[in-house]
Design a protein around this ligand. Structure first.
Ligand code: SF4
Ligand code: SF4
Ligand SMILES: [Zn+2]
Length: 634
């Protein structure tokens, strides 16, 4: 089923026929009008690196025995929506096809359009090519009318074609008519059995390939786009200056080691003298990213406010299980919390942070304001100077200024983040095996252990199904056809469980009481030194018992694990005992992520020896409780 096109901004890709280069608007710098290139929205186009071209040619060789892309061509890629990674390939202003990572076969597949097949098959002898099918003259009209190719219409075919192979369909004169996927083997096609031989995906009249000349270096692309780039740069400069001057706050740039934040850093450096660079090492960053962050900060001669989450991810992974698209606890534990800490420690009255957010990246980002208050980090105002840029603008600017970009972009990564982010594609994880086999092995080992413990199949790991709590329909289908067990045999149980042992009862002294129990004895010293119960109310500790009071509510916590609470109504006692339970959880399982630090309006939470401690000035507002990942994800 086709999903609705996702428009996040104007589709900007055009092509100058005279210069033969991509242009980000209707007029090239040479004065010629450009033609629109029809690509799939959202249209976050980018240049292909050598690695990408080699991958396309490798797959093209495997499928058709010839490379698709000639040397020295300027190639543009356009990320298109799909179950996993998919890019449209644009050369000479024409979409030649797409390359995508298919989740059932776990392989890259090149899906040619007719234009791409012309590129590949024109002037070649069929004896040198693979996966071709020749149809009868009389059948052409049916194909052009939208029919699939039936086996009786086949004259000849590569006998080595296997069912599900991508194939190119030619007329008896050797001209490409269609492309699609084989529904039977080449041998069976030749035998002209009944049934569909090729499910046609793209079709067109027989034509010669039109060859464009000229251009074809990224310097030419920069020249052709100078006027557009100057416009975008000037608008971002103006934005940076306006936001910085309208706010009386120290300026920072959040650097992630990725291309977008690099561009923001450069733009800010062209406008402002004083700013710091913030970098939060999540502990699951690529080493190349950490090195790049340090090199970049030296190059700009600006202080690098660096914080590392160390082993927090792996420690938390044991309690929370693998992160998923729906439950990205790692963002809070390893990124937002540490950033809140950097800001807390260095900017007492908060700061303005320029970040590399762009609208073409996602629907959420497209809907975001350009300047906003970070809900997770107290006193941080974030601003996005390149909100309207496509990845192509970003790269052209990087090339124009010769910026020091992360070398991972040349190894096939199109976005740089944590190496085990659940938002990564399965293609990214397979690439990780090539580029960083030790990380891939660590992740696989962890996931397989988790799978064994909960009765999930190894396929749950292999096909990247671990990245969702609830699988999207296409992945459910893959799990079903491959017999992959995706339902944990036992609920994922935490080691610190709280059960209500008697319900809500009216008590003799009036009001309602409740009683529950943890499945372990409680370390009251640890709970006391964390100050976590303060978030619920006034606290008093006596031998083996802690008491919490807040208005009509009170609770007692016993070292043996029992908790009793009393309040004026069932609703209130339920909420109160739950807050107590959550605070005990936080006290005993805090990972020191720091998320609560930025949320506290009184600034009374500090991280000491890698755990959060609430100070005596706490006003018991409870704002720090529910945002804590221990509470949210346990
Ligand atoms: S947010 Fe701050 S003041 Fe409010 S309960 Fe937590 S520690 Fe106390
Ligand atoms: S208590 Fe604070 S620092 Fe500790 S895990 Fe929760 S949010 Fe993070
Ligand atoms: Zn031109």
């Amino acid at each position: 089923m086709m999903s609705k096109p996702l428009y996040l901004g104007k589709i900007l890709l055009h092509w100058c026929g005279k210069c033969n280069v991509p242009v980000l608007g209707t007029k090239c710098a040479c004065g010629s009008f450009t033609k629109t290139v029809t690509i799939t929205p959202p249209g976050d186009i980018r240049p292909a690196f050598d690695y990408d071209i080699q991958l396309i040619n490798f797959v093209s060789m495997q499928q058709f025995n010839a490379p698709l892309i000639d040397d020295k061509k300027v190639v543009v890629l356009n990320k298109a929506p799909y179950d996993d990674r998919m890019d449209e390939i644009i050369v000479d202003g024409v979409v030649l096809g797409s390359i995508r990572f298919e989740l059932d076969s776990l392989k890259w597949v090149l899906l040619l359009r007719v234009e791409g097949a012309r590129y590949l098959f024109q002037c070649k002898s069929l004896s040198d090519m693979k996966n071709w099918v020749i149809l009868e003259h009389d059948t052409v009209k049916f194909i052009l009318a939208g029919a699939n190719l039936l086996a009786p219409g086949v004259i000849d075919a590569d006998p080595n074609i296997q069912e599900k192979d991508e194939v190119v369909v030619l007329n008896p004169d050797g001209k490409v008519i269609a492309t699609g996927r084989a529904r039977m083997s080449g041998e069976r096609m030749k035998e002209r059995h009944k049934g569909v031989a090729v499910k046609v995906r793209d079709k067109d009249e027989a034509k010669e390939k039109v060859l464009l000349c000229g251009g074809q270096s990224w310097e030419d692309v920069i020249d052709a786009n100078k006027h557009f780039m100057e416009e975008f740069i000037a608008s971002s400069h103006k934005f940076i200056k306006n936001v910085a001057s309208s706010m009386n706050k120290p300026v920072t740039v959040s650097y992630s080691g990725g291309k977008d934040s690099l561009v923001v850093l450069q733009l800010v450096s062209e406008c402002l003298e004083d700013f710091d660079i913030l970098f939060a090492d999540t502990g699951i960053e690529f080493p190349e990213t950490v090195v790049n962050a340090k090199e970049v900060s030296e190059l700009y001669g600006k202080p690098l406010r660096f914080i590392s989450s160390g082993n927090a991810f792996w420690e938390s992974a044991n309690s929370f299980g693998p992160p998923s698209v729906e439950m990205r606890w790692c963002c809070k534990v390893c990124k937002l919390g540490p950033i809140a800490q950097i800001i807390e420690e260095n900017y007492k009255n908060g700061c303005l942070t320029f970040i590399g957010q762009r609208k073409y990246e996602s629907d959420t980002r497209a809907k975001s304001e350009r300047v906003w208050k970070n809900p997770w980090v107290g006193n941080q105002v974030a601003a996005a100077p390149i909100q309207d840029w496509t990845a192509m603008h970003v790269w052209l600017y990087i090339f124009m200024r010769g910026l020091l970009y992360n070398p991972l972009y040349e190894k096939g990564f199109d976005r740089i983040g944590c190496w085990l982010c659940p938002s990564c594609s399965v293609a990214d994880f397979y690439r990780l095996k090539e580029t960083h086999p030790e990380f891939a092995a660590k992740l696989e080992d962890y996931l397989l252990k988790h799978a064994r413990k909960y009765g999930l199949s190894p396929g749950w790991v292999e096909h990247g199904l671990w990245r969702w709590k609830k699988l999207p329909p296409r992945l459910q289908e893959i799990a079903k056809t491959k017999g992959i067990s995706i339902t944990p045999k036992s609920a994922i149980k935490s080691t610190l469980e709280f059960k209500m042992i008697s319900g809500y009862r009216p008590c003799k002294q009036g009001g309602v009481s409740a009683e529950g129990s943890f499945d372990i004895t409680l370390d009251l010293e640890k709970i006391k030194s964390s100050g976590m119960l303060e978030a619920v109310g006034r606290v008093a500790f006596m031998e083996g018992v802690a008491s919490v009071f807040q208005g009509d509510n009170s609770a007692q916590i016993f070292a043996g694990g029992t908790v009793t609470a009393r309040s004026d109504s069932e609703k209130n006692v339920r909420e109160f005992i739950q807050s107590v339970e959550r605070s005990i959880m936080r006290a005993l399982r805090c990972s020191g992520c720091g998320v609560c630090v930025g949320k506290c309006p009184q600034n009374v939470i500090v991280i000491k020896n890698k755990i959060a401690v609430i100070g005596k000035e706490c006003i018991h507002c409870g704002k720090c409780i529910d945002i804590c990942p221990v509470v949210k994800f346990s």
